[in-house]
Design a protein. Sequence first.
Length: 566
Amino acid sequence: MLEARGRPVRPGDVMVLVRRRNEFVGELLRALKQRDIPVAGADRLILTEQLAVQDLVALGRFLLLPEDDLTLATVLKGPFFGIDEETLFDLAYGRGSERLWHRLRARAGGDPKLRPVAERLSALLARADFVPPYELYAEILGAEGGRRALLERLGIEAEDPVEEFLGLALAYERDHAPSLQGFLRWLVAGDTGVKRDFGARQRDEVRILTVHGAKGLEAPIVFLPDTMQLPNPPDPLLWSEREQLPLWCPRRDLAVPFYTAEKQALRARQLQEYRRLLYVALTRAQDRLYICGWQTRDPPKEICWHTLCSTGLAGIATAFDFDTTVLIGRDGWSGEGLRLAGAQTASPVWERRAEAARTGRLLPSWVTDPPPSEPDPPRPLAPSRPSGAEPPALSPLATTGRDRFKRGLLVHRLLQSLPELPAAERDIAAQRFLALPTHGLPADEQDEIRHQTLVVLSQPEFAPLFGPGSHAEVPLVGLIGGHAVSAQLDRLIVTDDRILIVDYKTLRPPPAVEEDVAPLYLRQLAIYRAALARIYPGREIRCALLWTEGPRLMPISPEILAGYLP
């Protein structure tokens, strides 16, 4: 059992880096599984080579051609049905020219083992020609329990290929006619590869990655078993970077100097990248790095990773004898190696985790501590859109069903726009605006709203509200009592010594005295007044409500508003 600083090494602590994917990776996977060591598999997979995908493809091919006996036998023995060898042999032996599917259906009635298999396959056959591939496979893997069966048979490493298979089925339907036969042909012909993201979801398994795919990842223990092989030499057909031309030499004795120089330059670039990958591989380990090598019949080159590392460590590392048979059994190896150790100043990750578990601080404080309380209300105060209940108004039946909200919006718009026009043009402009089809107003209601608005503008007592120095729809933002305020003032008059705030109200009928005004409206004016007091300190600020029904201007005393601040 390997140990690191007094604790056993878990499989998730180990990362194995190879220079490229080749037959060595397959041998390594088999060796780890034979010793019951959890392994996550390689970082890049050919989708159609995965057993889970092959089982899904075989099921699809049977649904397309039930007379294919070999494919049906594969499906029956696969994870979806799990028929044992004896049952399958008894079902298939001595059939003569009878199809396996026909024999299965004939025996299903008297065999309780085969009856659910035949019923399930018949149901899938009935749907295969009428549903898209994604829907069909999603049903097989979901409601039919296929995903669970695959993972139970093949292990958790089958999850990524299954997810990618479903994703490709959905992608195929976006660009092609959704047929099962077309999808399976497209999938097999595409030879799709799957890159697995070991950094996003790490389980307690040994990870096998290419050095290029390990960029940005780390592990406590890293093995480099593939350090003696060099990149393959350039092909006879190569590309000249200098002349931007393809070059080809069928035999070495026919090579011209220009071709030889280009080939040497390409080889130099290959070896530069080869050494850069070595740097990446050497910097992936957090605690331990094991540099190994497997030698073929050819002796190692002086520029291979193993030789480069041996040469660099020869003067600073300590030689020692090792024997790995005590760790991994008869297939171990022994010999003399080099060991370079250095003092570690920071505690290892597992010790920090243990300390965190002991103190209960597994995560940063901002993860576990509750967030600060939200302001009340959490959104900025919008006095013109209060959250309280509106005061009661006349029944719609009393106003012949007219929409009082639409009426109020139209009055507000006219009071905002008409004061900008000469008095002689206001009547015509109001008629034109109210007659727009988008409002949907009958003629009598148009005349009523127009008359009521013009009366307000023509009253001598209201003249200062709409004269020079007055402003319509003034935005107001401030901070009152710890609350953010965002509002829109209907009318604002600013002089050297006074500020007048006027808010339009279309309530019908309006109150007679200020004591009867709804608290909702008083709170709204109190917020306006407090915000403007901070903008214009030292000036007298008065508030009033302009009731368009009447019309009538109602001043609100500061004494009443003082009791409605938030």
